[in-house]
Design a protein around this ligand. Sequence first.
Ligand code: SAM
Length: 351
Amino acid sequence: MGDLKGLIDKLYRSNRLNEDELLELLDNMNEESRKYLMGKAHETRVKHYGTRVYLRGLVEFTNYCRRDCIYCGIRASNRNAERYRLSVQQILLACEEGYRLGYRTFVLQGGEDGFYTDEKIIEIIKEIKKRFPSCAITLSIGEKSFESYKKYYDAGADRYLLRHETASRRLYDSLHPGMSFDNRMRCLWDLKKIGYQVGAGFMVGLPKQTNRDYVEDLCFLKEFQPHMVGIGPFIPHKETPLAKESRGTVEMTVTLLAIIRLLLPEVLLPATTALGTIDPMGREKGLKAGANVVMPNLSPLEVREKYALYDGKVCTGEEAAECRQCIDSRIVYAGFVPDMSRGDSILWERK
Ligand code: SAM
């Protein structure tokens, strides 16, 4: 533990480690050092955010996707996926219910679905902003051109989530047929240039993913300085080429969450639904490792199960209000305080 404690202390004090040090930390992590790391990550989150946990209302508005990411249950090649699209009216109804329940951020997520042209996306953004001017809108609709991103921003979108998925070009290429690592990166830098609060992020426990790959992810995040980082375990989906692979672990996910909290002390860091899916207490464990955001589902009940990125997804059977209550009590029970404000990035507010 001696050497590792020294590395963790260095990371805690200086918010950086070089590649070799990060690799040493990951290669030698054990229960004792993980506990120490969690403690330091928790201290850091409390210093910057107290015990607040921001809640965002998630609307999964389409599961049509033109992409074919080999891990994803809604990939274009999955002919057995039952596809759906929400109308503008349905999206607004979900936001209305969310607003009534206290949400002040709406996250609109979907596959890359050409049905929603730029004009339609702009209409949705403007309608939400007109009805709920105090709320932030986060988009998570994949790779677009600079011009499209700019139009959405000018229409009122505040934030954009686009996980880089993995910063290892080799791994990225093997998981994303017909896609380009360079374009994914181009999108992220464009979003930042335009002025969005930007979320990057990656999956944990992908087949053939190594500690060296995680080091690449961590170094990329340190360089990119996103406002948000979404990481969660890979979970296989039965209708994908990775159906028989094993899932990511809670231990590795919370270790990486804690390291990210120390590398980027002010970042917004969700405890994801995927983490809650592999372990009934996964989200709570994430919060204790430095995560400070939770994104309960606001999608209409009848489509929840159809947005199946992976098998066994939790929280598909509860109304938005039940979901809110359940998450609230989990947050409180874990020793934190739910915060329903817009919860903008402190990094972004300062600029
Ligand atoms: N199409 C948008 C995009 O590409 O950013 C947003 C939707 S996409 C389905 C949302 C995220 O789901 C992806 O960034 C990916 O990390 C995650 N995801 C997809 N399949 C997954 C799986 N099998 N296990 C865990 N996470 C998965």
